[in-house]
Structures are given as structure tokens and as C-alpha cells.
Ligand binder design. Structure first.
Ligand code: AMP
Ligand code: GLY
Length: 426
């Protein structure tokens, strides 16, 4: 079958890479794609947010399946429009995508469904927000309610920092409209993990566990980013944790959405924190994680095209997923300066040597200029490898990265450290 993938980041490169290796898939088309994706798919230069042009592309291409990678087109209602024209779509409708598009909606629905999460209030008025911050005290977490590419969360260590962040968001300075409502919530401590599920109606199929590294700097310091590296599986997600996340988080939230008439077909991503008071939900996303998707697709052995088509056609029941028993680890190389401003257009060399050293290089913010690959975004590459242990996968990636010739690139040196610590203890 022909599959149309929407998006052009590292996640979509991993999806196209896996689809291209699926027996059920004869052709992959991707909009807009990137130079890495171009090795796996026919790329069409239409942006992932250009809904009208994407609709026309679907009409012209007549794919058997459309896979929507990023959150923005989902929140804009691309899946609804495609379904209205009878395309099989993997990605939730607009009403269900609110789960990611609005943190205030998501928190309210978690409350309604009894899903464990940090206590919180939602505010639009700076004075009332300040009063709540004073009442709770620091540390405290301030979140822009709308979409902010993973950057709209401030962990404030003092009340003053929290008030400044809240005022700034509400004034529209830092995140525009996305910050016109803020969620102010309890600071949770513990180990984080990403629990993803393929969902189709009442069928909820868990994917292997993974763990992201959201902070910019080694040791989980510095500002939050979209994610600086990930690995799978995450040893902190034991079979018991996995079962509890399925029963107390995934099932009730999907049921609560259904009660509101929202149909979920796509990936449900529960960001969880294992606290000493139990498992709490940090957030929901309605798509594969980026970079979690890169190690997950590296380990998935099942035919991805068949699985996603089964979900899109509401016949996911009975589908079973097979995983490589090895561990996978992905290190994100970003542009120096990210998540703030950075210089674009710098040549990136040595990519073939990085791959020859045993990795797959997933492209994110790259483009092609005068025949060479240049950086064109904040997160640029996801260098991924498999290993018998997380340590082995990590060593392969970092050794391979010695071949990368890009002075303006930056990556964390400790991706996987929690799992490696566990491996060394056992
Ligand atoms: P979110 O987009 O809500 O997942 O937030 C992004 C990141 O901020 C999470 O992955 C956590 O690392 C951190 N974070 C979010 N909420 C909290 C919280 N209540 N307590 C501590 N850290 C948090
Ligand atoms: N890696 C975190 C996310 O995709 O939201």
C-alpha cells in the first residue's frame, strides 16, 4: 500500500524508515519530509500545518493510509477533514487532540476521570495566579496551557520566579496565545518515563516503554527542551508499572474522551512520574514522542504499516507487537543555542561515517544547501543504536559521534545514565 506521512522531524524520519521496511508498504510519501526522510520516501514540499494543501495532496495521491506525525495539524483538525473524505487516518480527531492542545482541558479531564496527576489550578488573571502561587509556595510548576513545542513549562524554584513566569505567559510575551491561560501545579519529584499506546476506539495496545531526557544539560540541568535523547525500554517501567499505567491512566482517559464524544485513533502518550506517592501523570500527548519514536521504531519488529492501518480501520483488537529484545538509545544533536536562538545554515559533515560506525542517523531540523546537509532547526539529528545493554548502545552512539564534523552542534554526554546505573548495580 501507499502511505502518506505528515511531518518532517526526527519522529517522522523514524516512522518513514520503519514503514519503508514494512512488507505491507510499497510506497511512502512524506510532506514536507527532510533530507534524511528523502532516502526513505518521496518528499513533497508542503508544510505540516498547511491543511488545505495537505488535503489536496491526499486527493491527488490517494494513499491507503495517512499517518499524522506532529501535534499541530492534529489540533488544527487535519484528521477530521481527511476522515470526512473517507481516508484511513492514523491520528486523533481535533476534539481528542485537545488532550495535548490544551493543558487546562487535559487537567480538567484527568480530574473528571480520576487519573492521578499533580494538584493544580488554571488561571487567566495574573493577580489570582499570584495568590495561588503564594498559597502553594515554591518549588512550583507554571505551564502555558497551549502548544509550545515542549518548552512552555517552567519549574520555578522561588515564588518570585514563578510569579514572573506566570505574568510573562499571561501577558503573551513568551508563548503568545498559548500562554493566555496558565496551569499552575504541584512540583513532583521522581523518575520520569514515557508510556505510549496505540489506541483505536476501546482497544489500547501498549508500546514498549521509553525514557526521554527533557533538560538541555547533563545531569538533567538547564531549561526544558523538546527532548535531548531517549532510550527503550525504560527499566523503571516494570510490568507492574505498565499495568497500572494502562488501568489507571490510559483506560480512564480514553473512556472520558469517549464520554465527551471524542474518538481516539492514534498514539496516546502518557508522560508519567514515579513519585514516592505513586504514579502521577505529567501530561498527555496525542502522537509519538520525539525522540522516543526513534528508539521505539529501532526496536519494533512488527509490520508498522499493518498495525497503523488496523488502528485506522478500527480493527486493532488481536494485534500483537513484537520487539527486538535489545536496547535502543538515541542521542539528539542540537544547534548550539537551542532552545533559545541559534544560527542556521551551518554545514554538517561526517554523517556517513557516523552511520558506518553502527548507528542510524535520523534527521530532524536539517535541510540541503549546495549539495550539503545544513542545520535548519533546533533539534537536528537523532543518532540511534541498538545494544545488548543500554551502556553498549550508548557507547556505540558516542563513539560514532566522534566522526561528526559540525562545530555548531551540541549534544548531552549522559543519555541513558539512569538505566546504566541500574545495569551496573544488577
Ligand atoms: P509537560 O509538557 O507538562 O510534560 O512538561 C514538560 C516537562 O516538565 C516534563 O517532562 C517534566 O520533566 C517537567 N514537569 C512537568 N510537570 C511537572 C511537575 N508537576 N513537577 C515536576 N516536573 C514537571
Ligand atoms: N519527547 C517529548 C515529547 O515528544 O513530547
Amino acid at each position: 500500500m501507499k502511505v502518506l506521512v505528515i511531518g518532517g522531524g526526527g519522529r517522522e524520519h523514524a516512522l518513514c524508515w520503519k514503514l519503508n521496511r514494512s512488507d505491507s508498504v510499497s510506497e511512502v510519501v512524506c510532506a514536507p519530509g527532510n533530507p534524511g526522510i528523502a532516502k526513505e520516501a518521496r518528499c513533497i514540499a508542503i508544510g505540516a500545518e498547511d491543511i488545505d494543501a495537505l488535503m489536496q495532496l491526499a486527493r491527488d495521491e490517494q494513499p491507503k493510509l495517512v499517518v499524522i506525525g506532529p501535534e499541530v495539524p492534529l489540533v488544527m483538525g487535519l484528521a477530521d477533514k481527511l476522515r470526512a473524505e473517507n481516508f484511513a487516518v492514523f491520528g486523533p480527531d481535533q476534539a481528542a487532540a485537545e488532550l495535548e492542545g490544551s493543558k487546562s482541558f487535559s487537567k480538567a479531564l484527568m480530574d473528571e476521570a480520576g487519573v492521578p496527576t499533580a494538584f493544580f489550578e488554571t488561571h487567566t488573571d495574573p493577580k489570582q495566579a499570584e495568590a495561588y502561587i503564594r498559597k502553594i509556595g515554591a518549588p512550583i510548576v507554571i505551564k502555558a496551557s497551549g502548544l509550545a513545542a515542549g518548552k512552555g513549562v517552567i519549574i520555578a524554584h522561588t515564588e518570585e520566579e514563578a510569579i514572573a513566569a506566570s505574568n510573562d505567559m499571561l501577558a503573551g510575551n513568551s508563548f503568545g496565545d498559548a500562554g493566555s491561560q496558565v496551569v499552575i501545579e504541584e512540583f513532583l519529584e521522581g523518575e520520569e518515563a514515557s508510556c505510549l499506546f496505540i489506541v483505536s476506539g476501546d482497544t489500547i495496545l501498549p508500546l514498549a516503554s521509553s525514557q526521554d531526557h527533557k533538560a538541555l544539560l547533563d545531569g538533567d540541568n538547564g531549561p526544558n527542551t523538546g527532548g535531548m535523547g531517549a532510550y527503550s525500554p525504560a527499566p523503571c517501567v516494570t510490568p507492574e508499572v505498565e499495568q497500572e499505567v494502562l488501568n489507571t491512566i490510559a483506560k480512564p482517559i480514553i473512556a472520558a474522551l469517549k464520554k465527551r464524544g471524542a474518538n481516539f485513533i492514534g498514539t496516546l502518550y502518557a508522560g508519567i512520574m514515579l513519585t514516592n506517592k505513586g504514579i502521577k501523570t505529567l501530561e498527555f500527548n496525542v502522537r509519538f514522542g520525539d525522540p522516543e519514536c526513534q528508539p521505539l521504531m529501532s526496536r519494533l519488529q512488527s509490520d508498522l504499516g499493518e498495525v497503523l492501518l488496523a488502528a485506522a480501520e478500527s480493527r486493532l483488537g488481536g494485534v500483537h507487537l513484537d520487539w527486538d529484545s535489545r536496547k535502543a538509545l538515541c542521542v539528539v544533536v542540537s544547534s548550539d543555542g537551542y532552545p533559545a536562538s541559534f544560527e542556521k545554515g551551518q554545514a554538517i559533515n561526517g554523517l556517513d561515517a557516523v552511520e558506518a560506525a553502527g548507528t542510524t542517523v535520523f534527521h530532524a531540523g536539517t535541510s540541503e544547501k549546495d549539495g550539503s546537509i545544513v542545520n535548519n532547526g533546533g533539534r537536528v539529528l537523532g543518532v540511534t543504536s541498538l545494544g545488548e545493554s543500554v551502556l553498549e548502545a550508548q557507547e556505540t552512539v558516542y563513539k560514532a559521534l566522534e566522526n561528526l564534523d559540525w562545530k555548531g552542534g551540541f549534544f548531552r554526554k549522559d543519555i541513558g545514565y539512569r538505566a546504566i546505573k541500574r545495569e551496573q548495580k544488577s
